[in-house]
Ligand binder design. Sequence first.
Ligand SMILES: [Zn+2]
Ligand SMILES: [Zn+2]
Length: 255
Amino acid sequence: MELRVIGCHGGETPKHRTSAFVVDDRLAIDAGSLTSGLDLTAQFRLQACLVSHAHLDHIRDLATIADNRCQADCEPLIVAGTAPTLRVLKKHFFNNLLWPDFTQIPNKTRPTLKFLEMKPEKKIQLGAYTARAVMVSHTIDSAGFIIDGPDATIGYSGDTGPTDRLWELLNKEKNLKALLLEVSFPDREQRLATVSGHHTPRTLIKDLKKYVHPKDLPALLYHIKPVFQREVEQEIAKLKGVNLTVTAIGDQYVL
Ligand SMILES: [Zn+2]
Ligand SMILES: [Zn+2]
């Protein structure tokens, strides 16, 4: 399984992009930078996009990728998420006001986007992969994912503060090769992290220790706020007994 980092930040500047990852060129995880970070060929190759929650930094490029794929007459892009997330996408985003409803364009039988509901903890099949949504702890309904491919399983935390169920399920996985894990604010901004449903290095290390062998699990960190990038990286560098990597745009992992 090849995992590419398209965007891995909790904000945007010319050097920071919002969350989007691609597995084997086919399966996207969140859509924060799918068009700002992928050329047209790569945009057209995607078959599905898992959407963790409806916050704009995770869904924004669904607008522009739909537009591009529609003009190129691509196969429908499957957009998979839990019911609350899809409800927001339909009502507030692809509502023919903010953006056209690309689930009806160019026509209903072969639209540009197809929404696929994920029931929490029930597997769905997407090509060679199965994916499960696991509800996590954020300010709105937010899911993490467990994704099984032919040779590896990876986890994705979604936007979350301290949470339990995701760790219970990750502990049962036999072939877990990596976990994409959010961290957003430095320790001194704990209050802000708590009210906004995000991790600081302090809560991140506590949560990671809910995993049976935290040292054996490569945790790929993303969603750091650009304003706090250096400070969060310095705090992370001091954490012991875990296997942490701060992801960067363009990183590729073979798992
Ligand atoms: Zn969020
Ligand atoms: Zn976010």
